[in-house]
Design a protein around this ligand. Sequence first.
Ligand code: IVH
Length: 672
Amino acid sequence: MSRTEAAKRIDQLTKELSEHNYKYYVLAQPSISDFDFDQKLAELAELEHQYPDLLDPDSPTQKVGGDITKQFKTVRHRWPMLSLSNTYSAEELKDFDERVRKAIGDHFEYVCELKFDGLSMSLTYENGLLVQAVTRGDGTQGDEVTTNVRTIKSIPNKLRKDGYPPSFDIRGEVFMHKAAFERLNNERIENDEIPYANPRNFAAGTIKLQDSKEVAKRPLDCFLYFLYCDGRDKLFKTHWESLEAVKSWGFPVCEHTKLCQNLDEVYDFIDYWENERHHLSYEIDGIVLKVNSYAQQDELGFTAKSPRWAIAYKYKAQEVETILQSVSYQIGRTGAITPVANLMPVQLSGTTVKRATLHNANEMKRLDLHEMDTVVVEKGGEIIPKITAVNLDKRINDTKPFVYPTHCPACGTALIRRDGEAVHYCPNEEGCEPQIIGRIQHFASRKALDIEGIGDETIVLLFKNQLLHNVVDLYTLHEYRNKLLTLERFGEKSVQNMLEGIENSKQKPFEKVLFGLGIRYVGETVAKRLCQHFKNIDKLSQATAEEMALVDEIGERIAQSVYEYFTNPIHIHYIEQLKQYGLQFEIKEIEAKLISSKLEGQTFVISGVFADMSREELTQLIVSNGGKMLSGISGKLNYLLAGDNMGPSKLAKAQKLGIPIISEKDLLQMIG
Ligand code: IVH
């Protein structure tokens, strides 16, 4: 293809893909399959690769991130980012309404909007192109996070239609949907990474990541709710009109915005969303009331901190009283103790709450919980309910206080608490049952060695029957086939399945094994980084903490933890044994050589026989282009690579889940 032809095709693909992005992310009405979209995107990426000078920073390919920001620049806002005055009461809203009437008379309208619980962002567009994104900061100046914001799919890098001012600022809220938050936060918990308390914190933490590729992996969204530009009042008479216009330029504007003629209509809006908000896919913490007319907004003006023409009405966190029945202490695989309150089941924000986290000993001390106390349970921004207070009026006389244990409730070992940490640990790593079981479960889990045929309950059963004492024992289980067959729930087929699963785990890559060892603070990403850097376990285990801390994304705390792990002779002994059983403790050549990242983030399953290549060759091709192999068909799968004679059940399952089925040829096209 000539350069001119390429430029033309790039232009066409850019337009098409931007339109599809808009339909998918802003209108939520896709008109093309994911597969077709990905193919077009791959074609565009390839052309941009061939002609790097034709790469437009606003190209849809740039939504995957790539640039790293070492330090965010501080930028002054052209129009300060003010906050809103807040109220929790209907009376104060009436006072606000009266103040407004006094100033501008009785003829005006309100725009009622949802108050999104995220972080506010100011976007600057010049000639229809996103040129800058800045956080609120102190309201006068904030951090420039343009590279990261460019990865947010619903934010247009280039505007769709004409009619926008040559230069303007638009303000809105960046947030994470509840479902994405729960999924990603659960992954963090599984990976022993510190979870975020709520979607807002997760979104805020994400926008400040240095690597925009990581940002692109965490789905953020945005609603825009305010426009600033020179001569704005000549373009639009009202805020409502401006929202309609920005919508037509391609910005995501929340559909639940309503024009209200009086306070009663506002109250109805508030009442409606008080309950309905729990059915939204994102969190809101109230509603925002804005006087619609720009002329009237000008008349009302500002106080030092906030506009007089707007106010936020915040919903109280939902709370309910119930009886505390007992406190149990969970022991995690790293020995960390988490106190949990067992409650009399109660309805709260549309779900039944039976348990609440008590976090740690400090929190228990603060609450001074007694047996059968009536406690106040709250579900606010936090997904996990928490106990905020005890209703002392309802305390029963002479009930005993709950005292935080000094010894492990499972094994009796004295608990320890490290300097500066709130959490207690049981140090009896080798003798404390829940820790041992938890470690084996982690080792076999989907994200680690992904051993098929052995679930959490099976591991408990095998442990109780003395067939498993540690992860190494998994590899001797085949010697006990007859004993296994005598166990409850085990038949010929399930034993065979489990033993095959265990055998297959020997082929799992080094990074999965390292993650599976369950070293404190070593999540999936950290494990990957360590493997890429040190290449094999010998180099890693001999490295100093300082050497480890030099690796990208490895902080001192992680480095120290990994270093300490390898000073324990028991750990070294286990690793030696696992090595002898044939587990992978070094990067294989195929993983080390990454030819391209065209398939990054994409998952594949190969099934059937192929005309031109063996399955191994296909696997190598996928992996070396950044793709990932999955062991089975699930909702997580992106593509099923199908050859001849593929099993009908696999095919049916993939079709049912709507997973694109591709051929060898399609794959080759994807990687160009
Ligand atoms: S308008 C001058 N509208 O709430 C206008 N803010 O407490 C200022 N927020 O900093 C903002 N949803 O982060 C506006 N529909 C909405 C909003 C909203 C959420 C946030 C925003 C602001 C804070 C003020």
